[in-house]
Unconditional design. Sequence first.
Length: 227
Amino acid sequence: MVRITPSILDADFARLGEQIGCLSGADAIHIDVMDNHFVPNLTFGLPVVASIRAVTEQLLDVHLMIEQPDRWAPAYAEAGAGSVTFHIEAAAAPVRLARELRARGARVGVALKPATPVEAVAGLLDEIDMVLVMSVEPGFGGQSFLDLVLPKVTAVRRLIDASGREIWLQMDGGISPATIGRCVAAGADTFVAGSAVFGSADPAQMVRRLRATADTAWAGSDRGELR
């Protein structure tokens, strides 16, 4: 199953509620939280997540690119995030944090920077619901897709399949109609798209286009036959 989760990082913040309202065809709203420490950018915080929760019933997929996620991540679940992803590079006690997030009713994701090895998440699969492989360096939208991460995606897919668990495999960075098919072929099933969606004349139509392109790639892959 393919999932499209538009990132509001590239939305028009003056019309944020309106733009989110146009994305009813998306599977989730992706919210990139950055603290200007873990990455060199400063974006949203808890009040914004809570405000978005008040105007949509869609799943809020919060990606924490912050230092000390062990301290801050649970509050995002309490603010209404249905999925909270933290970076393995920043977490001090990832198993404990994953269990704390689940106790607050949130799905748990673990993110990997492009250079972080797959082995970093190999021992966590029983504790999480999603692995996010970054296909750009985290911090800014609009970056070019890094093809070099595709073998890593395939390696993560093998780990997930071997675990026998229903774990989503998300990619974030440079996702567009031109790249999403390669991502599906590598093993991903969940996609964050920011500039491709909000840089288009019709964001809702772009969500449909991304889904159709990914569905076609899925149907033509071995996974389309198995799942």
